[in-house]
Design a binder for this molecule. Sequence first.
Ligand code: ATP
Length: 235
Amino acid sequence: MQQQINTTANNVKSETLISLQNIKKSYGSKEVLRGITLEIKKGDRIGVIGTNGAGKSTLSEVISGIRKPTSGHLDVTKNTLVGIQFQQSKYPVGISVYDLIKYYLEVYHIEMKKSELDDLMIKYQIIEFKNRAIEKLSGGQQQRVNILLSLIHNPDLVIFDEISTGLDIEVRQEIFDFIKENVIDKNKALMLVTHNMNEIEEMCNKFIYVDNGVIVEQGLVSEIVAEYGSVQNYT
Ligand SMILES: Nc1ncnc2c1ncn2[C@@H]1O[C@H](COP(=O)(O)OP(=O)(O)OP(=O)(O)O)[C@@H](O)[C@H]1O
């Protein structure tokens, strides 16, 4: 079956940003997503839970548009902006942090004063190494750049894949506060792929449980907390 990616809003309900119907994705002969149906609406903050290799990152990449599904329908409401923070950095070798940020600002036509950009780099604690090549940074330093870039264009949906990897407690809190202010309080959509159940409780209102390429359970975080006391006890 041919995959279809529509960018017209005609067959998408209002408030729906992205709709997936029976999405499948194979790498060679290995079918990693085996029929995912999911709707992401404005204000949805979906925690994505699942074992290693279940297909969570592949699903994130398909939703963000950087991987094409092998089959199924992916409908993206017109003008929906998506940001994604990758698990690994995938940037040109040798580019400095500052040039990379400026490149993003140019691509997304974002006007930002030098003082605003400096404030942002201070908040993310990256200003001190802004002139270094991205691949020369530590994992946690790269992660801070990854998160900043996923949010710099003020997306309608942002996808985080293991957001806390390498972050120390202090910078993690700064970044989570920033996300609360700029994503959660503004009723934007978020997808959080994580093995950390506390993060889901902190940031998400919905969850999906992915196992071997299919969604085996989904619901509201509040329902899990009511039934099990915490998301930690659910898994
Ligand atoms: N580019 C690729 N080429 C071939 N196989 C891949 C590729 N990316 C992922 N896979 C395989 O697809 C399966 C799903 O991988 P994916 O990274 O989507 O899972 P995941 O649920 O995010 O895992 P984890 O929790 O370990 O990050 C794995 O078996 C993985 O080895």
